[in-house]
Ligand binder design. Structure first.
Ligand code: FNR
Length: 321
């Protein structure tokens, strides 16, 4: 996979499922990350080809939940992001999915207590030996690209040192979120500290943080020197951020998202969560739309609220022919 000059959809829990990734790609995202999936959970899954949908599903044994769904259309741009704290487990989980995705990414930036207490996410930022072990194990045993995503460490010098060690493990690219562990999303991303990493490494660095409009892609590139840019909230709030001709109306994006969730039989929980995140940005969950989404129990309920009943009937009927 080529990581130069790319617009990248960031990994987002509950958001980065197949419909949202395809939506972002339709508007111009070149690389699309899936949501972080924890190795323990993925190891409980089995791979199943879903002929009805034309997808490959990773289904949790016992519950039957689809933990990860992908399709051939995105094979060359989908990055599977994993949460892990152990190289043997990480490799076993990666081997399950590696033939179906373009790259495997390790999350080293999540500051949530669930991740940190399990030794995953940002906890890895203080364990360079373990990081080296995980990344070299994946690199040696997998054919596809291996990457990771980090946050800034407590000084630019430490971030650069850590990034250099990551580069030595042979990864294809490194995504850098320009915030420290303690920073909140409202704190400004420090693009100048991403620039320090870009100038110290020779592998592609993907710059991430505070890109909310198409023009910001050029701005962050010129400040950091990175040629590829990753965007999370800007895409969540309007996936057409990747569209060079300007953003499309938010109402249209939301409807298209709902149609894709119908088409790909997306899980209702993550569909609702994504819609709620979109609504909260523009409006309030206490208004009619927010309440209707909150009380929806099925994709059919959501289709009904968004006036997509006809499309829902058409899609579900055609599946059983
Ligand atoms: C995230 N982020 C994130 N990061 C990651 O590595 N794995 C993940 O699964 C998630 N999940 C997630 C969910 C949601 C709803 C948001 C908003 C964010 C962090 C994200 O990828 C990104 O690094 C930050 O949001 C900073 O980028 P923006 O939002 O400033 O473009």
């Amino acid at each position: 996979m080529d990581y130069e000059n790319k617009l990248v959809l960031a990994p987002m829990v509950r958001v980065g499922t197949l419909p949202f990734r395809l939506l972002s790609a339709e508007y111009g995202a070149d690389i699309t990350y899936g949501e972080e999936i924890i190795d323990h959970k993925f190891l409980k899954c089995e791979r199943r080809v879903n002929d009805f949908l034309g997808t490959t599903d990773f289904v949790e044994k016992g519950t039957g939940d689809v933990v990860f769904r992908t399709c051939p259309e995105e094979r060359n741009r989908i990055v599977f992001q994993m949460g892990t704290s152990d190289s043997v487990r990480a490799l076993a989980a990666a081997e399950l999915v590696s033939k179906d995705v373009a790259a495997i990414d390790i999350n080293m930036g999540c500051p949530k207590s669930f991740s940190i207490s399990g030794g995953m996410g940002a906890a890895l930022l203080s364990k360079p030996e373990l990081v080296h072990d995980i990344l070299t194990t994946l690199r040696r045993n997998l054919d596809g690209a291996v990457t990771c995503k980090i946050r800034l460490l407590n000084s630019s010098q430490n971030t650069v040192e850590f990034a250099r060690r990551i580069e030595m493990s042979g990864v294809s690219a490194l995504a850098v979120h320009g915030r420290r562990i303690k920073d909140r999303p409202r704190d400004p991303a420090m693009w100048c500290e991403i620039a320090d990493v870009v100038s110290a490494l020779s592998i592609p660095v993907i710059a991430n943080g505070d890109v909310f409009d198409y023009e910001h892609f050029e701005r962050i590139k010129s400040v950091t020197g990175a040629t590829s840019v990753m965007v999370a909230r800007g895409a969540l709030w309007n996936a057409s951020i990747f569209h060079a001709e300007g953003k499309l109306p938010w109402e249209d994006i939301k409807r298209e998202y709902v149609r894709k969730c119908i088409l790909w039989d997306n899980d209702v929980k993550s569909t609702k969560q994504t819609l709620k995140e979109m609504i909260m940005h523009y409006s309030c969950l206490e208004f009619e739309e927010g309440k209707a989404v909150t009380k929806s129990k099925t994709i059919a309920d959501l289709a009904n609220f968004y006036g997509e009943d006809g499309y829902y009937q058409l899609v579900t009927k055609s599946r059983w022919r």
